[in-house]
Design a protein. Sequence first.
Length: 285
Amino acid sequence: MSGPWSLRFASGSPLTLATMLRGRAWIVPPDGEPVPVGPGDIAIIRGRAPYTVADDPATPPQAVITSTDYCRRDADKDEPDEVPDDSALLLSGAYTGRGEISERLLHALPEVLVLPDVDCHRSLRDLVIEEIARDAPGQQAMRDRLLDLMLLSTLRTWFDQSAAHAPPWYGAMDDPAVSHALRLLHDDPAHPWTVANLAATSGVSRATFARRFTAQVGEPPMTYLASWRVDVAADLLRETDATVGSIARKVGYANAFALSVAFKRLRGITPTEHRAAAPAPRIGR
């Protein structure tokens, strides 16, 4: 972009990454104050509400970016042969789908966070830029995976910089017994887990495990497991056409009734109501 510029992002994406490869910008969220983004800084924007990225907060939007504008190459539109040296260059990647499993992460993030260039993984960012400029087989898969790595790298650095930023479950990864138990719960929620067998597989006593898990994660093991099972079930209800009964068995409940009771207790609605209210799945980034 050259001269005064402003882009209104209205893709409805729950999570977006943006970085200024050249020039400076302001992110204007739907609520709150504008946030400056310098060259090389990486910003993460949370929420489906439209926001603006502009050279100045006062510049009115000149274009609206929707989900169809991502990863689209217009063969009929010629790219400029030369780009002015004083122009701004923005790289943005969006996650268009919202799996319920990511709720724990989304709730831990502010509306806008910015990681300074000096703290960013520059070689990874350069690899993203290189892949975007290429036109080769498998490029979309490469872009998706690189976007994932860029997100993980940015969040890990941001969480590590301040304990106040990190949610309780992130710190639990530093406890070998608790992190091992979390991996077991995540990998196999349908298993008939108990505090006793989780403690045994984690190599500590039942009492020690229960105390450390609750302190690190913020809730007891069985409470966490129940909410995780419902989160996984909610994701399957959104993304598949499997029956409620089959989903119940996949996440550790004997039947649809048992899942419905847990679902209603934790979310206030039944699995069927959740599925009916869910938007149609959106594929890709």
